[in-house]
Design a protein around this ligand. Structure first.
Ligand SMILES: [Zn+2]
Ligand SMILES: [Zn+2]
Length: 446
């Protein structure tokens, strides 16, 4: 594939698309759109890999394509607040040198990540369903359900084309926390026409429809009711709906709930500040909870991926300063295992079982739901939007392939993008050139 010509990057109206991360892989999502020499980005996330020693290595997309071809982004648009979409901002915002457009809750998560004593990039807070003009582009954030509040697809109108960048999404009629998917607006967008949909492939190999957060709440409630000693639930800190459910379930099952782990405490305070966690008694302090009888304790903790230094890892190894488990306690894994973390998690499970702790996971009871669309969700969204073409992203080649195959059965054309490929969207999408692409390992604390 040739290198791009100057006029393609700096003159022609395109529009053009290139992924600098997130295509053919999970994580490091960074997608660029260009037209008439103007470029904008969507999302800027990290990729996590677990190394043989059990540590997580954090990587961010390289921006060498921008410097090499003299591309200056005029805006970075953010879909939602997960690390694979915002986690690279603290490392790259100076180099990107452009303002960010982001919803209020996600803006707070980003601000929480930036060093307080340094200059910050300009953060413009967007309002969903209100299109804004960004030079050659018009952008509109469309609320969708996912596994963190304020998740959005973004409709881009540029060079006479209408592009729908899905972000991460699922269909959930009862998300418990946050907005519903803006079905009416999506149907209207479909009637107006969508040329290309750039979409989430994570669960495209899976048949069926998404499990709702309301069903997870029922599953957790049943599972917790059957437990006798302490209950410990590990889940992703950013899943505020899950926190909301667990606070309610504690109340309904005669328990008090508390949080263990810094990221949970931080997310909980951001969630409350934005009005997303208003469950009845909420959470009590770890100190108070530890003094209550075992059968009244419900702990929510970090470490669902087997991180040895997170709360669950320390409980398993008996080294947590605030809590020691005993035989007859129960640990519920209300989470999905991210591939690559099998070994450290297995170690934790063995340590827990060695202490006589019961383990309940998603295979044994419906206590987790993915935030990404399986095939029936894809069918429904594509029925609303009726895109002509698809570029499957946010997944490894296997997931992209399954997504493309499924879309073709719905009569949608397209191609599978790889990172660095410059794709012309002015007609049927086609690869025209290749930009340099790489991941750079970073020091998470530096
Ligand atoms: Zn996400
Ligand atoms: Zn994601």
């Amino acid at each position: 594939m040739p290198a791009p010509r100057f006029d393609q990057l700096h003159r022609q109206s395109g529009p053009f698309f290139v992924a600098l991360g997130g295509a053919g892989m999970f994580g490091a999502n960074l997608y660029l759109y260009g037209s008439g020499g103007q470029w904008i980005g969507i999302d800027c996330g990290v990729a996590l890999e677990s190394t043989a020693s059990g540590d997580n290595r954090v990587s961010v997309p390289s921006l060498s394509a921008l410097s090499k071809h003299d591309i200056q982004l005029s805006a970075l648009l953010i879909t939602h607040g997960h690390e694979d979409h915002i986690g690279a901002i603290p490392f790259l915002w100076r180099e990107l040198g452009c303002p960010l457009y982001v919803s209020p809750f996600t803006a707070q998560l980003i601000r929480g990540r930036l060093a307080p004593n340094l200059d910050w990039p300009p953060l413009h807070e967007i309002r969903p369903l209100q299109a804004i003009g960004l030079g050659n582009f018009q952008a509109e954030w469309i609320p969708v359900t996912h596994s963190i509040p304020e998740s959005h697809g973004i409709l881009l109108q540029v060079a006479g084309k209408r592009l729908y960048h899905s972000g991460d999404w699922k269909l959930d009629a009862q998300p418990l926390v946050g907005e519903l998917t803006a079905e009416g607006r999506l149907r209207a967008i479909g009637r107006e026409g969508v040329d290309v949909l750039i979409g989430d492939s994570t669960n495209a190999p899976n048949t069926g429809a998404s499990r709702s957060e309301a069903a997870v709440q029922d599953g957790l409630s049943d599972a917790i009711r059957s437990c006798h000693g302490r209950v410990i639930v590990s889940c992703f800190a950013s899943n505020l709906a899950r926190l909301h459910s667990l606070a309610d379930i504690a109340m309904d099952t005669g328990r008090y709930a508390g949080l263990l782990g810094r990221s949970l405490l931080r997310m909980h305070s951001h969630g409350r500040a934005h009005g997303y966690l208003r469950s009845r008694p909420g959470f009590i302090g770890a100190w108070e909870l530890g003094f209550l009888p075992r059968e009244q304790q419900l702990w929510v903790c970090t470490g669902s991926q087997g991180e040895p230094a997170a709360a669950l890892g320390r409980l398993a190894s008996g080294s947590h300063p605030q809590l020691t488990l005993e035989a007859g306690d129960s640990v519920l894994f209300s989470s999905r295992l991210i591939p690559g973390n099998e070994l450290p998690l297995e170690r934790i499970r063995q340590q827990l079982q060695g202490q006589g702790v019961h383990i309940i996971d998603d295979d044994m009871a419906p206590i987790h739901a993915s935030g990404h669309p399986p095939q029936e969700d894809l069918r429904q969204l594509y029925d609303w939007l009726r895109p002509r073409y698809l570029l499957p992203v946010h997944g490894e080649l296997y997931h992209q392939q399954a997504h493309m195959d499924f879309a073709r059965r719905l009569g949608i054309g397209g191609l599978i993008p790889s990172n660095g490929e410059l794709i012309d969207l002015s007609a049927q999408p086609c690869r025209i050139a290749e930009l340099p692409w790489a991941l750079c390992a970073v020091d998470r604390n530096g």
